[in-house]
Design a protein around this ligand. Structure first.
Ligand SMILES: *Cc1c(COP(=O)(O)O)cnc(C)c1O
Length: 404
């Protein structure tokens, strides 16, 4: 499925009624004609018609054989880890999503699954990390929040040579920009909470597999462990996917304009956006993706928590919140929010400076977003001015409260 026409018309008209919108089959069970004789559905944890439409749609978008929908992105990640056994090892991207790190470190470690964290932007380092026990390679590309890019095709070749599976968390790129299964990955996961849903109104996750057999294993865990996506959330997600192509295009063009604006701003130190020629992996990003996405991060010349706090509390359109990928622009301060639990030295080593701010660029008019940042810079200014801001104490308390 590559065109929006194909996407829209792959969503079936309801066979029962002709309804053009996918009905929400809000039912727990399905009446059988005789024991085991049914219309393909018996119990709604195992199968639900609304969820089935969603799953086929995402499998098509990612060019996979099968997709399964879960109650959250983390539940989707959890289903993939369940393919492993005690004693198996994972090689994972070092600046991995915090929730995935917690799942590996606090849940699966005690079941005997260990993880090596590697700078996967360096393919040589990945090659050196394989052992006889490596069963899974876990990539995020671009990463959060510094938007590092790993070479999916090269790492897929390595994984295959070592008999390991490659799973790519494709949340940041979305299948509109990047299709890891076509580059050799075996599995794609999404936090569909982000761009796939796109409206900040649901929590959902998806696993897509290149091969049907692997999909059958994921389906087994979906049913056996039960973290399914509800019919209503499946409906919302289908509705979001109908405009995914348009949204991703606009997120990307707004983000490019904002990254270029930030790069020339006198108060800004570094800008992290794969669409800028100054990004260390710009060429790699251009080669493996059709665009650079809607997330832009930057640091301030005054590299302090108070300077960043003042800025993130001075915008009007960019709302201070965790999460990303919705129609409304958001911003967050990783050092005191999403990355607060990471020890300072590790956080700094991963490039998450004290003043780093992450923008999830929404679908507002480009000029309005730039004007919003402009007035926020003017208000927040340097850290000296920040200390003088009467509201600053309150802002600091707000940031601390959010970090909890
Ligand atoms: C948000 C996110 C997740 C977790 O997804 P939930 O839907 O919040 O459970 C996983 N990976 C990435 C890259 C994310 O941004």
């Amino acid at each position: 499925m590559s065109t929006i026409t194909e996407l829209i018309h792959s969503i079936p008209v309801d066979p029962q009624t002709g309804a053009i919108a996918v009905p929400i089959y809000q039912t727990s069970t399905f009446v059988q004609e005789a024991p085991g004789v049914n219309k393909g559905y018996d119990y709604a944890r195992s199968n639900n018609p609304t969820r089935a439409v969603l799953e086929q749609l995402v499998a098509g978008l990612e060019k996979g054989a099968a997709a399964y929908a879960f109650a959250s992105g983390l539940a989707a990640i959890d289903a993939v880890v369940k393919l492993l056994q005690a004693g198996d090892e994972i090689i994972a991207v070092d600046d991995i999503y915090g929730g995935a790190f917690r799942l590996f470190d606090k849940v699966y470690k005690k079941f005997g699954i260990s993880v090596q964290y590697v700078d996967t932007t360096d393919t040589e380092k990945v090659a050196a990390a394989f052992t006889a026990k490596t069963k899974l390679v876990w990539l995020e590309t671009p990463t959060n929040p510094t938007l590092k890019i790993s070479d999916i095709r090269a790492i897929a070749t390595l994984a295959k040579a070592h008999g390991a599976l490659l799973c790519v968390d494709n949340t940041f790129a979305s299948p509109v920009l990047q299709q890891p299964l076509t580059l050799g990955a075996d599995i794609v996961v999404h936090s569909a909470t982000k761009y796939l849903g796109g409206h900040s109104d649901l929590i959902a996750g998806i696993v897509v597999t290149k091969e049907k057999a692997l999909g059958d294993e994921i389906k087994f865990y979906q049913n056996a462990c039960g973290a399914i996506l509800s019919p209503f959330d499946s409906f919302l997600l289908i509705r979001g996917l109908e405009t995914l192509h348009l949204r991703v295009r606009q997120h990307g063009s707004n983000a490019q304009a904002i990254a270029e604006y930030l790069e020339q701003h006198p108060l800004v130190d570094k800008v992290f956006y794969p669409g800028l020629p100054s990004h260390p992996h710009h060429d790699r990003a251009k080669q493996q993706a059709k665009g650079f996405g809607g997330i832009v991060s930057f640091t301030l010349k005054t590299d302090t928590v108070p300077a960043a706090t003042a800025l993130v509390c001075s915008t009007h359109y960019f709302k201070l919140a965790e999460s990303l990928g919705g129609i409304k622009s958001l911003l967050c301060h990783p050092a005191s929010m999403t990355h607060k639990s990471i020890p300072e030295d590790i956080r700094h080593a991963n490039g998450v400076a004290d003043s780093l701010i992450r923008l999830s660029v929404g679908l507002e008019e480009t000029q309005d977003l730039i004007a919003d940042l402009e007035q926020a810079f003017a208000r927040a200014g340097s850290s000296k001015q920040v200390e003088k801001l009467p509201a600053y104490r309150e802002q600091e308390e707000l940031a601390l409260a959010l970090a909890l």
